[in-house]
Design a protein around this ligand. Structure first.
Ligand SMILES: *Cc1c(COP(=O)(O)O)cnc(C)c1O
Length: 441
């Protein structure tokens, strides 16, 4: 379809526009039937309908001014308090709501930078020490805030190598990072050991629990083994947890928490010399969507502990069933020992990216991963009915790829294969930038 380049002179009738928009969705990923494994966290039509009502009620309000909208201030404070309590925090723990995991992580890294500037003037090139599996949001923080990332390797179990991490601490380290769990393989880093090292070296320790924050506490209560990862662990100084993932809230809702108010203060931004007035903003964005804050509050309160436990158990059972199904297909195996409903699978006998293409043709969207090459899955309560058809299509796809010796040179498999194997990562970045220029044209 040609891209329209000017605003229509006369407004188009609303009904016509709405039908056109409905038609434009036709080729979008089919998440309702559970055919996508990330991007959308769905707890059913009834819950979604309720979220939309809560979101709509505060559609126009702006969280930038808590003085103008005491309702939003209360929602936000309660969401932070409830999340802090869920994650083992006491009354000292404080935080902010943000638009998502990335913003939560950016804000935490900025707070550590400010703290270092104020208290450790000898640090000229502040460093974030993080496992290679940590989310790219930390690289983004380094990119934006002029920090350096130092990468710790992971072991064969895909968990951060504690001894290697310890050896990488320098006089410039300002914060160490661990994930609970890390996105690529769904495994929790050895948080207690890493946090102890951070404490010993008197640097901050951030737990990225964007993915697991609203899942692991319930799994723990359900009796699944969960590595301690929250404020109950000495040395943990901040945590990020996304409500718009396993909290099943509307998009644009995450929480960043700090062990002390003193640290959170380093996150805030104030400019008092502006002719437009004294400007104060807690996080990265200026305007903050009232709807996302309201819907997050509504989600926590309506689902409740019992609801979250049910959703967590359902996601976990489906994940176990799918992992078992994958393990039962010759040539495929799960990477590491996933701690929750997120995992990746790989193969030593067939091209996993060609398998991804074969699954694409059957309507299943699986994210491609590298080092090692694998396909990624993130299971929610919405996938219960998708498990069986998925495994049956996967079995069929394995046969198809096995029977086609050229599969790895066709479709997107060749591209992913090349991108994963090129030693020149700068060149890969260049290709991706070209691609982005094209997409956002
Ligand atoms: C999703 C995710 C993030 C980033 O969150 P966004 O909401 O996409 O910005 C960070 N860390 C982990 C582990 C995640 O899964």
């Amino acid at each position: 379809m040609p891209v329209k380049t000017s605003i229509p002179v006369k407004g188009i009738p609303k009904d016509a526009l709405l039908s056109r928009m409905e038609a434009m969705r036709e080729k979008d990923a089919d998440w309702r039937s559970g055919k996508t494994w990330s991007l959308v966290y769905y707890a059913g039509e009834e819950h979604t309908g309720f979220l939309k009502k809560a979101h709509n009620m505060f559609f126009s309000e702006n969280g930038l001014s808590p003085l103008a909208f005491p309702s939003l201030k209360t929602f936000e404070n309660e969401v932070i308090a409830m999340t802090a309590r869920m994650l083992g925090g006491d009354e000292e723990v404080s935080g902010t709501m943000t638009s998502g995991g990335t913003e939560s992580i950016l804000m935490a890294m900025k707070a550590y930078r400010q703290l270092a500037r104020a208290t450790r003037p000898s640090v000229k090139e502040p460093e974030i020490l993080l496992p290679v599996t940590a989310h790219p949001a930390f690289e983004k923080a380094a990119h934006y805030f002029d920090l350096k990332t130092v990468h710790a390797p992971v072991g064969n179990d895909f968990k951060a190598d504690v001894r290697a991490a310890k050896a990488l601490i320098t006089d410039n380290t300002i914060v160490i990072v661990g994930s609970a769990p890390a996105y690529p393989h769904g495994v929790i880093d050895p948080i207690p050991e890493l946090a102890a090292i951070a404490e010993e070296h008197k640097v901050g320790f951030h737990v990225d629990s964007c993915l697991g924050g609203f899942m692991l506490p319930w799994l723990n209560k359900l009796g699944y083994p969960v590595t301690p990862f929250d404020f109950s662990v000495p040395g943990v100084t901040s945590i990020s947890a996304d409500i718009h993932k396993y909290g099943y809230a509307a998009k644009g809702a995450s929480v960043v928490l700090y062990r002390s108010k003193e640290l959170r203060r380093r996150q805030f931004f104030v400019y008092s010399d502006w002719p437009g007035g004294i400007y104060a903003s807690p996080s990265m964005t200026g305007t903050r969507a009232g709807g996302s804050i309201a819907a997050a509050w509504a989600a926590l309160n309506s689902i409740g502990e019992e609801g979250y436990m049910r959703l967590a158990e359902s996601a976990m059972k489906t994940a176990k069933a799918i992992m078992k199904g994958i393990g039962g297909i010759k040539g495929l195996y799960i990477l590491g020992k996933p701690d929750m409903s997120v995992f990746a699978f790989a193969s030593d006998t067939l091209d996993i990216f060609a398998l991804g293409d074969a699954m694409d043709r059957r309507g299943w969207r699986l994210d491609r991963q590298q080092f090692p090459s694998s396909l990624h899955m993130m299971i929610t309560a919405a996938h219960e009915k998708a498990a069986e058809p998925f495994i049956s299509d996967l079995r069929e796809s394995v046969e198809e790829v096995t029977a086609n010796p050229k599969a790895s040179t066709e479709g997107t498999a060749a591209m992913y294969g090349m991108a994963a194997s090129l030693p020149d990562r700068k060149a890969v970045n260049g290709f991706v930038l070209d691609f982005m220029d094209e997409i956002f044209s």
